[in-house]
Structure formats: structure tokens, C-alpha cells
Design a binder for this molecule. Structure first.
Ligand code: SF4
Length: 481
């Protein structure tokens, strides 16, 4: 595709709009018009106070124009381009021109300015979002607000990264290592992780903050055996004051890693919330996507979790998986609802460069319209069955420019997910790939401290990395004065 941007500087925004409709397209950008044999040409221009957009794809040509209002030029042009591309492709993106990660944050600002009803209208008219998405953003934003109010600058979230899984799913873009390949890294990793937890605990005590949420993510933390898990749980218990803890979550994502012994251990250490991820209730789809467990194993793990007494269980599903169909996805949603977990998180597949599906050059067969129907079905059914949307984010390369939404039963929101996503409180993180986010007390300034990404780097350069933790003290020192 050739994208010509004449007499304006909105190249980045126009390119993002084109990618909503043509996510895999190579886009060559030009500043002036030139004759070309290219079959897809988009020409955007501002001239004599007129904004114009011409889209030509094969034999179809659509032209749009409007008077430049000056204060809104970029948004006016984006809207024209979306409308032109809709006519050419027959795809009607439900978020309109919105491509950002957090539509609910944008919605919050609008609600603060003009109130809920008008904010929904702004989403529809200014951003061309459809009614259902605008209402979803408003619902999420208002539910998030309630949870955000429960934290304060005296508290923080503790994140522990366990970047290992039994094997790597084809669509995975996390820093997750298959234990088949990296088993020997695990022991030194746990040793270092416990040291980092100890250092972080001392720092938190010195600053005078205590965790209100703890979250073990990864990877799949339950890939570790009981003894290994116990060492980490013990380290958290011994190094942090957990008296103000409101939520303790451990991801047990891969059902085949779940045993009664591990879940009893988690329960004993105060873990109240776990995530066991079905992703789909279709065995063939699991296999095609390189997820080496069965639907039956998911049911078994879920049953164990209930038997052990977990009252807050999340399960993730993904819309748009390779080999999935609308009917099969509907069955996944219905099956998840039937077992009645407290949280169901519906992701839309996002094909990041680091996933093996991307590097192997596999083409996803689900088109934007089908994936949109999947997500739409999920929204309708979950709402009908007593689930509320409570957090939402979007990723680059997400199919159909759609979204990931956490749904929960009343009062079962995962606070950590909201704090993390909305960046409204400090997160101290330990382990490979973890990012500590420091939030200025009584303000919004954020500072990030990055740990080394991969376990081998984490192990090899541990001392260097642990020195960075002192930046936490320096950051909070500034606000003591
Ligand atoms: S279980 Fe999750 S973290 Fe592990 S490989 Fe699969 S998608 Fe990645």
C-alpha cells in the first residue's frame, strides 16, 4: 500500500488507521503524489482549508472531504479515512478511529468533563466507536474507579514473575520459557528471585509502604514443583508485612500444571485467587495453537481448585485462535459460563512478532468480521449471565482492532489488574521481565525500573540488576522532603 500524506504531519495517525483495515500490509509513505502501479493507494491532503481523503483499492475509488476546522484537523482526517476505508473494505471497526491501549482511561476523562451520557455520545461521534463499545468503555471506567479508590500511597502491589511454562504456546508473546529447554535455569532463578524479594521487602519497609495486592504471573508459576513454590511463597511471607493485603493471586494458567498439592500449598499461604486458563473448549483448537493440554484437563484442574476451596477463580478465553470458528467460540463462552467462575477474561488474539506463530509466518484465518462477532457474542452472553466488565486493554496487532476485557461476578474484580493497567499505584516487581512502576505520592508522575528480560540474563547479571532497586528509595526520598 502507498500512503501519501500531503501538506500535513499526521502520517503516524493515518498509518495506524490504515492498519485497522489492512493489519499485515506493508505501507510505503510519501509526502507528495506520484503515479504508481500499486493496487492500494491512500491519498490524504490539506489544501485551501479543505481536508481530503482519496482511497483507491483495485478498481474501487472513494473520495471524502470536509472543511478544515483547524483545532480538530487530525481527528477530522482520521474520521474521513475510516469512512472511506469502510466503504472500500466493508469492514466497520467497532472502535472507529481509536487505536490506543486504554479506551477506558480516555472515557474516564470524558466522563469527568461532560458526564456519562455525553461521554458515550463523544465516543460515537468524535471517535466513531459503536454504541456497544462506547457503553463498554463507560462501564469499565466507572467500575475501575470504585476499585482505584480502595488503594492509597501507603500501599503498593507486589508482582512476582515466574517466566516458565511446560511448553510454549504458538501465539505466546510473553517472556516465557519452556522448561523442556531451560530446566537448569530454574534453581538459580529461584535462589536469585528470593534474594530480590528480600531486598525489595527491606526497601518497602524503609519507605513505610505495605502491599495491598500480590500477584504471581509469568509464564505459569505452577510449572514449579511444590518445594520450589513453597520457597517463593515463604520468602514473600517473611519479607513483607501482609497485614493490609486484600488480594493474593497466583496464575495457574496451564491446567496440566495444577495438582491438589500445589493448590493446597497456595491456599495455606493465603492465596485467594487463581487463574486456570481454558483459552478454548475445543481440543483441536488447543492442539493447532500448540497448547499442550486438553479440555478434560482443564475441567479436572477447575474441579480440584473448587475442592481445595478457592472462591475466586478466573479463566481466560481467546477470540480468534487459529482453527477456531464462531460456533466453536460460542461453545467456549457457554461452557465457561456453565462452570460459573468468578472471573472470565476474554482476550482477542494479538499476533506479536515474538510469538512463534508470527515467526513461522502462519496466516490467521479468522477475519476481522468473524472475530468481532465472537467478541460481540461474549459481551452479550456474559452480561446476560451476571458478569460485569471491570478492566480492559488493547494491544498492537490485536485482531479486528478489538479489545481484551476482564469480566467478573459482583464484587470479584481483580484489583491488581486494574492498578497495573491504570497505573494508579506503585507496583514493585521481582523476577525476569518484571517492571517496577513507581507512582509519585499525591501525583501522577511515574518512573519505571526494568529488570533483565530473560532468565539467563537475570541470573548472569543479577548483582547489576539488584543495584537498580536502590532507585526505588531515591524516588521516594524526593517526596519525603
Ligand atoms: S501458558 Fe501462557 S505464558 Fe505460557 S506459553 Fe502459553 S500463553 Fe505463554
Amino acid at each position: 500500500m502507498i500512503l501519501i500524506n500531503e501538506n500535513h504531519s499526521f502520517q503516524y495517525e493515518m498509518e495506524k488507521v490504515c492498519r485497522i483495515f489492512y493489519p499485515d500490509e506493508k505501507i510505503r509513505t510519501l509526502k507528495t503524489y506520484e503515479e504508481t502501479d500499486e493496487t492500494k493507494v491512500v491519498h490524504t491532503k490539506i489544501e485551501n482549508s479543505i481536508i481530503s481523503v482519496v482511497v483507491k483499492v483495485e478498481e474501487i475509488k472513494v473520495e471524502k472531504s470536509c472543511v478544515d476546522e483547524k483545532t480538530e484537523s487530525e481527528m477530522q482526517m482520521a474520521r474521513l479515512l475510516v469512512k472511506a476505508l469502510e466503504e472500500v473494505t466493508g469492514i466497520y471497526p467497532s472502535w472507529g478511529v481509536l487505536t490506543g491501549i486504554r479506551p477506558s482511561k480516555l472515557m474516564k476523562n470524558e466522563i469527568d468533563n461532560v458526564g456519562r451520557e455525553k461521554a458515550i455520545e463523544v465516543f460515537k461521534e468524535r471517535f466513531l466507536a459503536d454504541e456497544k463499545k462506547a457503553v463498554l468503555a463507560a462501564d469499565v471506567s466507572q467500575r475501575e474507579e470504585k476499585i482505584i479508590k480502595t488503594t492509597s500511597d501507603k500501599h503498593f502491589s507486589l508482582y512476582i514473575s515466574i517466566p516458565f511454562c511446560p511448553s510454549r504456546c504458538k501465539y505466546c508473546s510473553f517472556v516465557s520459557h519452556s522448561i523442556e529447554r531451560t530446566n537448569k535455569l530454574i534453581e538459580p532463578y529461584i535462589e536469585n528471585l528470593c534474594k530480590e524479594i528480600e531486598v525489595s521487602g527491606k526497601i518497602a519497609k524503609e519507605i513505610g509502604i505495605t502491599p495491598d495486592t500480590v500477584y504471581f504471573g509469568g509464564g505459569t508459576p505452577t510449572t514449579l514443583n511444590e518445594e520450589q513454590l513453597k520457597r517463593i511463597l515463604e520468602s514473600v511471607k517473611n519479607n513483607f508485612d501482609l497485614t493490609n493485603l486484600k488480594e493474593y493471586t497466583v496464575e495457574a494458567g496451564r491446567p496440566d500444571t495444577v495438582t491438589q498439592g500445589k493448590l493446597e500449598l497456595l491456599k495455606k499461604y493465603g492465596v485467594g485467587r487463581i487463574s486456570i486458563n481454558a483459552q478454548t473448549f475445543n481440543d483441536e483448537v488447543l492442539q493447532v495453537n500448540g497448547r499442550r493440554h486438553s479440555v478434560e484437563e482443564f475441567y479436572r484442574a477447575y474441579e480440584i481448585a473448587r475442592k481445595v476451596g478457592f472462591e475466586s477463580i478466573n479463566t481466560d478465553l481467546i477470540a480468534g485462535l487459529q482453527g477456531d470458528t464462531l460456533e466453536s467460540f460460542k461453545n467456549s463462552i457457554d461452557s465457561a459460563i456453565r462452570i460459573n467462575p468468578e472471573n472470565i477474561t476474554v482476550h482477542t488474539l494479538s499476533l506479536k512478532r515474538s510469538s512463534s506463530m508470527s515467526t513461522d509466518g502462519e496466516k490467521i484465518k479468522n477475519d476481522a468480521i468473524t472475530v468481532s462477532e465472537m467478541v460481540d457474542y461474549a459481551q452479550t452472553q456474559l452480561a446476560k449471565n451476571g458478569y460485569f466488565p471491570y478492566y480492559m486493554y488493547r494491544q498492537s496487532k490485536i485482531l479486528g482492532n478489538l479489545e481484551n476485557v476482564g469480566w467478573c461476578k459482583k464484587g470479584k474484580e481483580c484489583a491488581y489488574n486494574i492498578f497495573m493497567m491504570e497505573e494508579c499505584s506503585t507496583v514493585i516487581s521481582c523476577g525476569a521481565g518484571a517492571v517496577t512502576k513507581l507512582k509519585e505520592p499525591d501525583g501522577n508522575k511515574l518512573k519505571r525500573i526494568f529488570n533483565f528480560k530473560y532468565p539467563y540474563e537475570y541470573n548472569n547479571r543479577f548483582d547489576e540488576m539488584i543495584d537498580r532497586k536502590n532507585e526505588i528509595l531515591l524516588f521516594f526520598d524526593e517526596y519525603k522532603k
